[in-house]
Write a protein that binds this ligand. Structure first.
Ligand SMILES: [Zn+2]
Ligand SMILES: [Zn+2]
Ligand SMILES: [Zn+2]
Ligand SMILES: [Zn+2]
Length: 289
C-alpha cells in the first residue's frame, strides 16, 4: 500500500502541466498565422479596423489553403487510393498464384509474392500519410473559418459600443439623464437614480413592474391611475390589456404607446426585444431613452 501510494505521488509530481499545444498551421511562414490565431484575443479587441484587417488575413489564408486542398490534396488522396487498391489486387493475385503452386514452390513465385506485398504496404503507407495531410488541411481550414465567424459575430456585437464614462470599458452605452449626458454602460447605470460620474440626479422614476428606473412613467388607463413604464404598458396592451395592479381594463382612450428607440440604433426597444430576446439580454441595452 505504502509503495503504491509512493508511486502515485511520484506520478503526480512527474506530471508537469504542459502548455496547451498549438496546432501547426500549414504554409505558415514565420508562424504568422499561428501566432495571430493564438496570441490575439478577438473578444478583447474593440478596434473595428484592426478586427477587419485580421479577418481579411484569415480569409485570405483560408482561401489559399482551400485552393490547395481542392486542387492538390484531394486529388492526391484519390490517386494514392487508386495506387494502393491496384497494389492490393496485384498482391492478392501473386498470393493466389503462390497458393496454387503450394506443392511446387519456386523462388520466382515466392519472390514475386513478397515483392507485391511490400509494394502494397508502401502504397498503403503513402495513402495513409496523405490522408493525415488531408485531415490536417481540414482541421486548419475549419479552425480559421470558425475564427472568421467569431470575428464577424464580435464585430456585430460591438457595432454600437462606446466607452463607458464610469468604468471606462467598451460596451453598449446609454446616455445618462444628467446635464453632461454621460455615456454609461448597463452595469454602471442599472438601477441607479444618480449619475455615477457626476452624482447628479438623473430624474428617473421607478417602474414597479419591471423594477427599473425609467425616464418616464405612463398611466395604464385604469380608474386608479396606476402607472408603469412605456415598455411594460406595451407588453400589457399586447397581452390582456388589464392593469397589473388592479386588474381593471386599461382604457382604450389611452394614447398609443410612443416608440422608444434603443440608443445608437434604428430600432425601438420593443422591436429589439421581439427580434431576439437573447441578443437583447446579451447586448445589455437599457430599455429607456
Ligand atoms: Zn460602465
Ligand atoms: Zn453625469
Ligand atoms: Zn416597466
Ligand atoms: Zn390599475
Amino acid at each position: 500500500m505504502c509503495v503504491s501510494n509512493k508511486s502515485k505521488l511520484t506520478n503526480q509530481i512527474m506530471e508537469i502541466p504542459s502548455p496547451p499545444s498549438r496546432i501547426t498551421f500549414l504554409h505558415d511562414k514565420d508562424k504568422r498565422m499561428q501566432n495571430l490565431y493564438y496570441d490575439i484575443d478577438i473578444r478583447s479587441t474593440y478596434n473595428k479596423t484592426k478586427l477587419r484587417n485580421v479577418k481579411r488575413k484569415y480569409w485570405k489564408y483560408a482561401k489559399f489553403l482551400s485552393d490547395i486542398y481542392i486542387e492538390r490534396v484531394q486529388r492526391l488522396v484519390w490517386e494514392f487510393g487508386c495506387i494502393r487498391d491496384n497494389a492490393f489486387c496485384d498482391w492478392q493475385k501473386a498470393k493466389r498464384i503462390s497458393l496454387n503452386n503450394i506443392h511446387n514452390p519456386t523462388t520466382e513465385i515466392e519472390g514475386n509474392r513478397n515483392h507485391k506485398y511490400y509494394v502494397y504496404r508502401e502504397a498503403d503507407d503513402e495513402f495513409e500519410s496523405m490522408r493525415i495531410e488531408e485531415q490536417l488541411y481540414d482541421q486548419v481550414i475549419s479552425l480559421v473559418q470558425d475564427k472568421i465567424k467569431d470575428i464577424s459575430k464580435h464585430l456585430k456585437d460591438i457595432r454600437f459600443y462606446k466607452l463607458c464614462a464610469h468604468c471606462e470599458t467598451m460596451n453598449n452605452v446609454t446616455i445618462s439623464g444628467c446635464k453632461s449626458k454621460h455615456k454609461l454602460c448597463y452595469d454602471c447605470i442599472y438601477n441607479k437614480k444618480e449619475c455615477p460620474v457626476c452624482e447628479e440626479d438623473m430624474g428617473l422614476l421607478h417602474c414597479d413592474i419591471c423594477y427599473r428606473y425609467k425616464k418616464e412613467l405612463v398611466n395604464t388607463g385604469c380608474k386608479n391611475k396606476h402607472q408603469t413604464c412605456k415598455v411594460c404598458l406595451g407588453k400589457i396592451k399586447r397581452k390582456n390589456n388589464l392593469c397589473p395592479f388592479c386588474r381593471e381594463t386599461c382604457s382604450k382612450n389611452q394614447p398609443a404607446v410612443v416608440p422608444i428607440y434603443v440608443e445608437g440604433t434604428q430600432h425601438t426597444v420593443e422591436e429589439m426585444e421581439e427580434m431576439d430576446e437573447s441578443y437583447f439580454a446579451s447586448s445589455r441595452i437599457m430599455s429607456y431613452r
